[in-house]
Structure formats: C-alpha cells, structure tokens
Design a binder for this molecule. Structure first.
Ligand code: PXP
Length: 242
C-alpha cells in the first residue's frame, strides 16, 4: 500500500503568526501518527518562516516512523540534516518570496551541485529524494546523480480540471512507470486533497504520498466546533462562580 507522509508545516505557520507556543507542530505530528500517518514531513526553510530548528530536533526524538526533512540543498541545511539525521531528506527548490514550493528542482541545470549535496547526505546513511516535475529527463538525471528516490510534483495535476487534469494524470503515470523502470523509489505530492487524491493513490508501484495543506485545512474545520465548546465551558464555569 502507498504510505502517507503528513506535512505539518502549516501548524507551525499558525504558531509563528503569534510567535507563541501553540499550536505545536510536534503535538500535531504525534496526533497525525495516532491517526494513521506513516510518516511526518517538515520543510525547514532558510527564513524559518514556519518550522523552527527546535521543532526538527524534538520531532527526531518523538517520531517513531519516517521523518522526512524537506530542504534546499544549501550548506547550512546539509549540516543540519547530518546532525539531526532524519530518515530521509527531500531536496526541493526554495525561493524566499514563494507561498509554497512552486515547481520541481531543475536537476539538469543544478546537476553538479545536487550530485555533491546528495553524496554528502548519503555518505552519512540518509536516503535522498529529489522533488521533480513529471518528465523523463529529470528522472533520468536524478538517477544519474545518485538519488535514491524521487517525488513527482503533482501540483500541475491539482491545479487543473477536466481534460487537462486527465492529461496531467497521464504524465504522472508515465513518470512513475519510467522512474520505477530505472530503479528509483517513487513518491508523489503537492496540492493533493480529498477530491483529487484517489487517481494518484491508485498509480501502480507508487511508494508514498506527501500531503500537508489539505489535511491541516480539514483538521481546522473538523476541530473548530469542539474547540469553541471547550472555551465556552471554561467561560461558563468562571461565570458560575461570580
Ligand atoms: N511535497 C513537497 C516537496 C512539498 O514542498 C510540499 C509542500 O510543502 C508537499 C509535498 C505538500 O504539499 P501540500 O501542502 O500542497 O499538500
């Protein structure tokens, strides 16, 4: 069965909006695991806009399943990965102004740099995945420069509808089949939600799906009535004693 890695970055985004202690992405991660997550993903960004170094360190201690560290292939991040030792590293492109990771890595252009980064991480026994667009040239190049895995970008599929979406799904299917045929473990992710996940999850041979936004968005909505009820009870209790 395809594994589910839950990305808890958005929990940290809410916390950082107030720079307070809640909601803690570490608590969210343990609850996600209790709910059936096979792994937890966090993206430690250069600007630390959501996940903090402290989160990653505690997650390493408390996550008993796959801890996937998403990061840019910079010297700072590589040093952090080597010190924390996540179960895997996913290298992603990173731009300061972007709302989320906007596209796959340009593996062909960054070949030399990525090859060195992959080697440094793999030399310490940490498997490396590359987040790439669903095209054969990127997949072939990922294999050539030593990646263990790829994560196929499903963002274009998620953003389209109807026939265009069907075409994007075919592109992803072809990319997965090609990637598997050259011996790469193959994952997929980005923009997947409760309405579009099934056709992707059904792709034969896929190892894992990495999903964040939609799960955290739903968690807010399914949890809001209970959260309000709990606050209301505290207020009622206080009023009874006046
Ligand atoms: N995979 C990668 C490489 C990502 O950068 C992200 C977003 O952080 C995801 C998966 C999850 O995407 P989403 O939040 O849209 O589910």
């Amino acid at each position: 069965m395809v594994i589910l890695g839950v990305n808890v970055d958005h929990v940290a985004t809410v916390r950082q909006a107030r720079k307070t202690f809640e909601p803690d992405p570490v608590m969210a991660a343990t609850l996600a695991i209790l709910g059936g997550a096979d792994g937890i993903t966090v993206h430690l960004r250069e600007d630390r806009r959501h996940i903090q170094d402290r989160d990653l360190k505690i997650l390493r201690e408390v996550v008993p399943c796959e801890l996937n560290l998403e990061m840019a292939a910079t010297e700072e991040m590589i040093n952090i990965a080597l010190a924390v030792k996540p179960d895997m590293v996913t290298l992603v492109p990173e731009k300061r102004q972007e709302l989320t990771t906007e596209g796959g890595l340009n593996v062909i252009e960054l070949k030399t740099h990525l090859r060195e980064a992959i080697k440094k991480i793999k030399d310490q026994g940490i498997p490396v995945s590359l987040f790439i667009n669903p095209d054969r040239a990127s997949i072939e190049c990922s294999k050539e420069i030593g990646a263990d895995m790829v994560e196929i970008h499903t963002g274009y599929y998620s953003e389209t509808k109807g026939h265009s979406q069907f075409k994007e799904l075919e592109r992803i299917k072809d990319a997965v089949a090609f990637s598997l045929s050259i011996g790469l473990k193959t994952n997929a992710g980005h923009g997947l939600n409760y309405y579009n996940v099934k056709p992707v999850a059904a792709i034969k041979g896929l190892r894992g799906l990495y999903i964040g936004h939609s799960i955290i968005a739903r968690a807010i909505l399914v949890g809001i009535a209970r959260a309000v009820g709990e606050m209301k009870n505290l207020i009622k209790e206080a009023c009874m004693n006046v």
